[in-house]
Design a protein around this ligand. Structure first.
Ligand code: GDP
Length: 466
């Protein structure tokens, strides 16, 4: 039997042991399985208590059973859910019983969602939204994923696609019926006017896209600086738990350490880079190389220093458009007051910094004075990070486009619409051709045309049981 027609099952809840575990079954055999394991079929969509028994009549567990006859189910097929006690032995016994049935097998990752997609329950953008929702770490990511799951982008794309098809039909009707081979102006002009309007709408969606893509990926903040200035300590202070090794010996943080932060609902990846300095130790050299590369990719760099140490470390090649903040640490060690520190040494450091290392950068560095160990200045730094993240993600909440795949296909559609307008002088056939291309791009976005290989890529990233 074609594996796609087999009945699948998987644990859809968390890793055992858990209080309750949910095992889902989808496919033609689901009904037979429910009948056999629970003795009788419960009424559709009603939580029903049953004692599950394996094919030999041995009790497996007491369970709540749900029966969703297709097509009104999550996958469009017959679906059953068994809510059992989440012990490993219970699950092993249940899986063994399930595998006993003919044409029944464990599900591949994402296979339930893939079936929902293939049975027309959801489009591809909604499937991706579902995946994003499962992997959302922060509240804002959750909201964005939920909007996509609710079909915000899918509905727009369907609407655009239909209008393009309508416009193409108008143009093609003109080609077919025009006496002289010329499409009558009264057909072409309104069709192209509609196309121009659509193109603008898609362009607008694209313009707002960069930030919603970022919201999915998160903001990357790199902490860089010479060994021993307190990068790990700062990282720990920011995360408020021990993630990076804090050590009095220079050069112990040899690799790039990353942690995820939820900063006011915004996803932030914090990177603690290895001590950036000249070294002959090959392991450490590799750390330095990675640190530089990662810092170069960051969206914000926190350059950590001790007094006036900035000038010594000019080896870091930061792209000129990455904002960089100068953070002077160990404020507690200096016997003068914080205010004096800021006015004196910090100003000196900043002068060196802007005048030397970062010469030619449009935006001067922002400066902070902190004690990562004692906490001085930390509220100010965290506050600044929060507002930086807020600005960075500013319009993300209204963005439709969360993935590169979406952006590229919308870009293609908008370009082809543009070309269809330009093609007016060259003949109506060409106009129609470009319009068809644009409709195909939007069809791909929704998963309607030749996306077989793409599907494998997208669904492979899903969890098993989803
Ligand atoms: P890294 O090499 O830049 O990651 O530096 P670490 O975070 O490992 O810190 C190096 C040393 O400086 C450790 O002994 C820390 O305890 C110490 N240190 C870090 N921040 C401060 C601070 O604000 N004040 C003081 N007095 N010591 C600090």
């Amino acid at each position: 039997m074609d594996p796609r027609e087999q009945t699948i099952f998987a644990l859809s809840s968390g890793r055992p042991p858990t209080a309750i575990a949910i095992v889902r079954v989808s496919g033609a055999q689901a009904g037979t399985i429910v009948d056999a394991l629970s003795g009788e079929r419960p009424p559709p969509r009603r939580a029903t208590f049953a004692r599950l028994r394996d094919p030999q009549g041995e009790a497996i567990d007491d369970a709540v059973v749900l029966w969703f006859p297709g097509p009104a189910s999550a996958t469009g097929e017959d679906v059953a859910e068994f809510h059992v006690h989440g012990g490993r032995a219970v699950l092993a016994a249940l899986f063994a019983a399930l595998a006993h049935f003919k044409d029944v097998r464990p599900a591949e990752p994402g296979e339930f969602t893939r079936r929902a997609f293939e049975n027309g329950k959801i489009d591809l953008t909604e499937a991706e939204g579902l995946d994003d929702l499962i992997h959302a770490d922060t509240d804002r990511q959750r909201r964005q994923a939920l909007r996509q799951l609710h079909g915000l982008l899918g509905d727009k794309a369907r609407h655009w696609r239909q209008q393009i098809i309508d416009a193409a039909a108008l143009v093609e009707a003109g080609i077919d019926f025009a006496d002289e081979g010329d499409v009558p102006e009264q057909l072409l002009a309104p069709a192209l006017a509609k196309v121009a309007k659509l193109k603008d709408e898609i362009e607008q969606a694209l313009a707002a896209s960069a930030r919603s893509e970022r919201l999915r990926d998160g903001l990357v903040v790199a902490i860089v600086g010479a060994p021993n200035v307190g990068k790990s300590t700062l990282m720990n202070a920011l995360v408020r738990r021990e993630v990076a090794i804090v050590s009095p010996h220079a050069g112990t943080t040899r690799d790039v350490i990353e942690v995820q932060l939820d900063l006011d609902g915004y996803p932030v990846t914090l990177i603690d880079t290895a001590g950036i300095r000249d070294t002959s130790d090959p392991v450490e050299q590799e750390g330095v190389r990675r640190a530089k590369a990662r810092a170069g990719d960051a969206d914000l760099v926190l350059w950590l220093t001790e007094t006036d140490s900035v000038a010594e470390h000019d080896g870091l090649d930061l792209p000129r458009d990455v904002p960089c903040w100068l953070v002077r640490n160990k404020l507690d060690l200096t016997p003068v007051s914080a205010a004096e520190q800021e006015a004196g040494n910090l100003a000196a450091g900043r002068k060196l910094f802007d005048g030397g290392i970062r010469a030619g950068v449009a935006e001067p560095a922002r400066c902070f004075a902190i004690s990562a160990a004692r906490g001085d200045g930390m509220p100010e730094l965290i506050g600044a990070l929060q507002s930086f993240a807020g600005q960075y993600f500013a319009v993300g909440e209204s963005g439709l486009v969360a993935r590169t795949r979406h952006r590229e296909l919308l870009r293609t559609a908008a370009d082809l619409l543009h070309r269809s307008i330009e093609a007016r002088e060259l003949g109506e056939e060409l106009v129609a051709e470009e319009l068809r291309g644009a409709a195909v791009a939007l069809g791909r976005l929704l998963g309607r045309v030749d996306v077989e290989d793409l599907l494998d890529v997208i669904f492979r990233d899903f969890c098993i049981g989803k």
